[in-house]
Design a protein around this ligand. Sequence first.
Ligand SMILES: [Zn+2]
Length: 566
Amino acid sequence: MKRCLLPFALIVCSTLGSTAQTKPAADLIIRNAHVWTVDASHPEAEAVAVLGDRIVAVGSNTDVDAWRGPKTRVVDAGGKRLLPGFNDAHVHFTDGGFALDSVQLNDATSAREFARRIAEHAAKMTKGEWLLGGDWDETKWSPPELPTRELIDASTPDTPVAISRYDGHMVLADSLALRLAGITAQTPDPAGGVIVRDKDGNPTGALKDAAEDLLFKVVPPLNHDQRRHAIERALQHAAALGVTSVQHMNPEYADIAIYSELLDEGKLTTRVYAAPLITQVDDQVKIGIRHSFGDPYLRIGAVKAYADGSLGSATAYFFDPFNDQHGYRGLLSDEMHPISLMHDRMMRADAAGLQICTHAIGDAAISAILDIYADIEHTHGNRDRRWRIEHAQHMAAKDFDRFARLHVIASVQPYHAIDDGRWAEGRIGHDRASRTYAFRTFLDHGVRLALGTDWDVAPLNPMLTLYAATTRATLDGKNPGGWFPEQKLTIKEAIEGYTLGSAYAEFQETEKGSITAGKLADMVVLSEDILQIDPVKIRDVKVLQTWVGGKLTFDAATAKNEAAGR
Ligand SMILES: [Zn+2]
């Protein structure tokens, strides 16, 4: 049946005296849902109507039924919990997609098992092809010692290996890869990096932070098809997990090109905000792009900076030395050598209206970045900038107030807390650990949180992040009541940080982040009511449906269920 055009329909309908028909019918109605809207003016509802890619009504089943027309697709949610789609404020999307198909080392429980999996994977590869990815974590081995090239050399004579520690701040090379990169006993440590050496001064194969670049510069970049495949894998994975938006930190430009290609083809099923490295800031400055420029599916206009390394690789930068490494307090990144280099780049980014997202983990690195932010505000004046500190892990007591005063967003990844919580106190002691992943203290100081995962450093699954934020139960099972339990978030706070909070962090809180009429129809339906169940059970909750702009991007009823663990 033909639908009449709007003005005509209005006339016809009004002559029939039906007020319900005076507006266009919804394309989609989801009813009988238990909706938590994350909209403070209207927190709960039963049904949502969608027209095009936008929400047009939220309310009771009866309210929303007024939007029903003959062609409206009506979905009965069967009383299940419906939430705004999750917006992961910090991912490495291409790496994540690539890692899904690479060697899986993260859950290896010994150096032997680590070596066995590498040998098995290398045996299936073509000669000369680089073995990458891995996400190894030596803290899960006993004894927890850094791996060396000797562990893998025998099984990889023709395979150059550059496998990453799961935090991305260390890589292990085999002897062939070291040779190809020209890294020898004579190679000096670069600024902001360490070549780990044995007692004779020979490289062990482990390269930290800026030293990783010595190796990665000889690794051929992904070609177009490999990159596109990795991103398509990542998009599938995100849809299956209810992640409707991601903020891609330090993408290659080639990643943005793939996003753009997929967008053209109508295949970009997760919204992306891409923040390339600040080392390339002048590119965006030249074009004149400002923060959050673009399309609802693809935005740019932010830069990602690195102030230091990571706690796990002992390269996060602190005021005081590590408790387990005498006199050593970590490393500022190469971008901070000298600090004036970072200062100049940030000034240029800010003058151009770009948003700045800075990785800073150790208390001294965070403080140094807040100093630069304060100086920019002093020089360029006050405006709505939404500066971010990515990770914001270990805070100096004095800096919580500075975060609030400068309106800096803490872009945090709660899963890291239950992971690092296994061993962090041994490295930084009790006092510093008490201001670590201090989510509650941030909220108490009026600091906004944006939640995410840092995938593929941590799993992309939002249920694991919500579980981590609400339980703080470390992965080793040793803190069932929570590691520094006073820093737990409530489930409502955690959901808000993961939806509206991360939307705010990309200047999109009026477009998405809550189930509100007028906003983009990005929603998830869950198998259990995470607002009611024991937080310990949140990690087992599954996504039943994912909706992006009113389109169903994942349906558990029809999908051959992808393992949602990672
Ligand atoms: Zn990251």
